[in-house]
Design a protein around this ligand. Structure first.
Ligand SMILES: Cc1cc2nc3c(=O)[nH]c(=O)nc-3n(C[C@H](O)[C@H](O)[C@H](O)COP(=O)(O)OP(=O)(O)OC[C@H]3O[C@@H](n4cnc5c(N)ncnc54)[C@H](O)[C@@H]3O)c2cc1C
Length: 337
């Protein structure tokens, strides 16, 4: 971290483009830093086309360390604190990683590459998640992790912004005002100014059943991608997510089979569950799959949140606010034109 003589210290007004998870946390951080903030969102309040709408909402800095750079863990741990401060009643029940005996090598590898966990035997698993009694001999428990339900947390963050006096203009394109700072959080739509962005497809299925209850996300190690089941309210479960280098938003039969089989393998009660939704979203990613804050005069672009948008957005908001108000630069994430 070093200081930069920011041209923005005197700026009191900030326009945020995009009301996905990145934009909302940028708005919160800047409003709390004393800026007069307005958010512009081209979609309506449902925001069904955004990546944030279909996300799992897992806040899992330790689990993600298996495949991500250390900067993701650093920012993710800071974000967990910010989530807790902002919304103290969030369920921070940790997360559980399990594997079938044939994937034992993957399980040991995952344990080696990640920290912040303890190994549980079958009795401890049953104490933590009674529905999983007798289903797995071993699990990794990441007690410090949490999760949010995206379709409930986005409106909640919007309410929080309204309390701070931040206006959100839906179905409105942004018009640049000369004396405002602009924070571009358009996700994949920002390719006109960031051509290196690509969409990485994530497919997911939501099911409903009252035959099983879980208190935390359960990840089942899988040879091709990490599959997980995230408990939602109203007896629903989100089963996710594939990771495919494609910008087609369709869900293939093969992916649906794999996702549903994974849930069934975690507990056969999922076999009787009702399918509520099958969908896909495109994760905005740069070639290195790392997030970036690009600073170019009064325009700042926050993008490339890839599979970590909910995990990273609070910390990225804090970094932008530190730059705008104090000229602080984080060398790992920020680039100045
Ligand atoms: C299946 C799936 C599962 C995932 N699970 C997780 C998870 O468990 N944990 C996690 O941390 N992350 C997860 N992610 C990743 C996460 O969803 C993304 O990283 C995050 O949503 C990206 O947020 P964003 O705000 O950058 O983009 P978006 O959510 O796409 O928001 C961009 C917004 O900008 C708006 N916009 C675009 N152009 C304009 C314009 N000109 N004017 C106004 N508004 C505009 C769009 O309408 C959109 O609403 C998952 C993603 C997928 C697809």
């Amino acid at each position: 971290m070093h200081r930069h003589s920011s041209p923005h210290r005197d700026i009191a007004a900030a326009d945020i483009i995009g009301a996905g998870i990145a934009g909302l946390w940028q708005a919160l951080a800047l409003a709390r830093a004393g800026c007069e903030v307005t958010v512009y969102e081209r979609d309506n309040e449902t925001m069904t086309a955004s990546a944030s709408h279909v996300a799992g909402g897992m806040l899992a800095p330790w689990c993600e360390a298996e495949a991500a750079e250390p900067v993701i863990t650093r920012l993710g741990l800071r974000s967990l604190d910010l989530w807790r401060e902002e919304i103290p009643d969030l369920p921070f029940n940790g997360s559980l990683v399990v594997a079938h005996p044939r994937d034992r090598a993957d399980f040991d590898r995952f344990a080696r590459l990640t920290g912040g966990h303890e190994r549980l035997g079958s009795e401890q698993i049953a104490t933590l998640e009674p529905a999983l009694e007798g289903r797995f001999r071993e699990a990794l428990f990441f007690a410090g992790e949490g999760h949010v339900e995206p379709r409930r947390i986005l409106p909640r963050l919007r309410e929080r912004l309204a309390e701070l006096g931040v206006g959100i203009r839906f179905e409105t394109e942004h018009e640049a005002a000369a004396d405002h700072i602009t924070i571009d959080c358009r996700g994949l739509a920002a390719r006109d100014t960031a051509p290196a962005l690509r969409g990485v497809k994530g497919e997911m299925i939501v099911v409903e059943t009252s035959e099983i209850a879980l208190s935390r996300p359960v990840r089942l190690l899988h040879p091709r991608w990490p599959l997980y089941i995230v408990p939602r309210e109203d007896h629903r479960f989100m089963i996710g997510a594939t990771s495919i280098e494609s910008e087609d938003r369709g869900v293939s039969v093969r992916s649906a089979l794999e996702l549903l089989s994974a849930a069934y393998a975690v507990h056969p009660a999922f076999g009787e569950a009702r399918i509520v939704e099958i969908g896909a979203g495109l994760r905005p990613a740069f070639p290195d799959n790392l997030p970036r804050i690009d600073i170019d005069g009064r325009r700042i672009a926050v993008n490339g949140l890839y599979r970590h948008g909910f995990l990273l957005a609070p910390a990225l908001g804090e970094l932008t606010a530190a730059y705008v108000t104090r000229g602080e630069i984080d060398n790992q994430v920020m680039r100045c034109a």
